[in-house]
Design a binder for this molecule. Structure first.
Ligand code: UD2
Length: 306
């Protein structure tokens, strides 16, 4: 039974990865410092996994976490754009240095492949749509810089050393267990939480802005494919659904699913907000054999039910 390590396994995407890796029969180890992850996310599988409470900045924790591991799924990071603007040094220490230390530990432990999580944030607000991986990148926040460094370090390690690595550029991921409580939580987490109780939602701007929303189950599926696909080594790959949906359409879909109106308050657009985001997922199709399985409607239904 191969051992897979999920860093950030107590987080939203990480905990879904843990669940799927256990289902396919892997021995699963989690490294998490619970800075934004929650023990509750792992509760159903707590007895089936090895949990290391530790930090990416701690070489001893990384050595323990990577020992005997074949595959690493690196989801741990400081995820908030605004936090990175307020304190770039800590974002760099965790997301950049932490990733470098993890790659070094993985190399030292003889890990076969590391799959790292990057973000569509690296594209900045380039107006060209859809975003494909060859577009000029334009990070607009220290967070985006840290994700760019993450993917570049992964690819450089794959070229220099006997360690395979793949970087996945996630677009707007949504699904059960995404924390709706922070003001910076994803829009779907917030709108689904409101739709369950009939509470009001706030749309920043006129609601015509659109995103390429991808269900967490599809992101997990892409990770599993990226763990094995030979042609994916040293590549950066968009992970999205390849369709965009406006916030107004999102509200209509939620109203339809819950069979009741969702009250909307309009507020001024957030500064720094981009208008539209859409990915081309041709590279994921070709290199990973990836095809999204979960429609937005089905993904919303699952999120509402959770
Ligand atoms: C996503 C990522 C972020 C960063 C960024 C880079 C998520 C959750 N966030 O931010 O980490 O990578 O992309 O471009 O994936 N909105 C509302 N009402 C709300 C919440 C949001 O109108 O209550 C709007 C928001 O102003 C934006 C849109 O919804 O226009 C999507 O917001 P988001 O925070 O879900 O995601 P995004 O794309 O800004």
């Amino acid at each position: 039974m191969p051992t897979s390590l999920v860093t950030g396994g107590a987080g939203f995407i990480g905990s879904h990865l843990v669940e799927r890796l256990l289902l396919r029969g892997d021995h699963v180890r989690v490294l998490d410092n619970f800075s934004s992850g929650h023990a509750a996310n792992l509760a159903p599988w707590r007895r089936s996994i090895e949990l290391i409470e530790g930090d990416l900045r701690d070489p001893a924790a990384l050595a323990r976490a990577t020992a005997g591991v074949e595959l690493v799924f690196h989801q741990a990071a400081l995820p908030l754009v605004q936090q990175s603007v307020d304190d770039p040094a800590i974002t760099n220490a965790v997301n950049v240095d932490g990733t470098l230390q993890l790659l070094l530990a993985a190399r030292g432990a003889g890990v076969r492949r590391v799959v790292v999580a990057s973000s569509a944030a690296v594209y900045g607000d380039d107006q060209q749509l859809p975003k494909h991986e060859e577009l000029p990148i334009q990070p607009l926040s220290p967070y985006a810089v840290s994700k760019l460094a993450t993917e570049q370090y992964a690819c450089v390690f794959a070229r220099l050393y006997p360690l395979e690595a793949v970087a996945l550029r996630y677009f707007n991921v949504f699904g059960p267990r995404q924390d709706p409580r922070s003001p910076y939580s994803g829009v779907i987490a917030r709108f689904c939480a409101a739709a369950r109780t009939g509470a009001e939602v706030t749309i920043f701007g006129d609601g015509s802005q659109s995103r390429d929303f991808v269900a967490v189950a599809d992101v997990v599926h892409a990770n599993l494919l990226a763990g094995d696909a030979p042609a994916a080594n040293a590549q950066v790959i968009n992970i999205a659904r390849g369709e965009r949906t406006s916030l107004l359409d999102l509200v209509r879909l939620l109203e339809d699913l819950t069979a009741r109106p969702l009250p909307v308050r309009f507020a001024p657009a957030r500064s720094g907000d981009i208008l539209h985001s859409l990915a081309t997922i041709d590279r994921a199709r070709v290199l990973l054999g990836f095809a999204p399985q979960v429609s937005l409607r089905e993904g919303l239904r699952l999120t509402l039910e959770a």
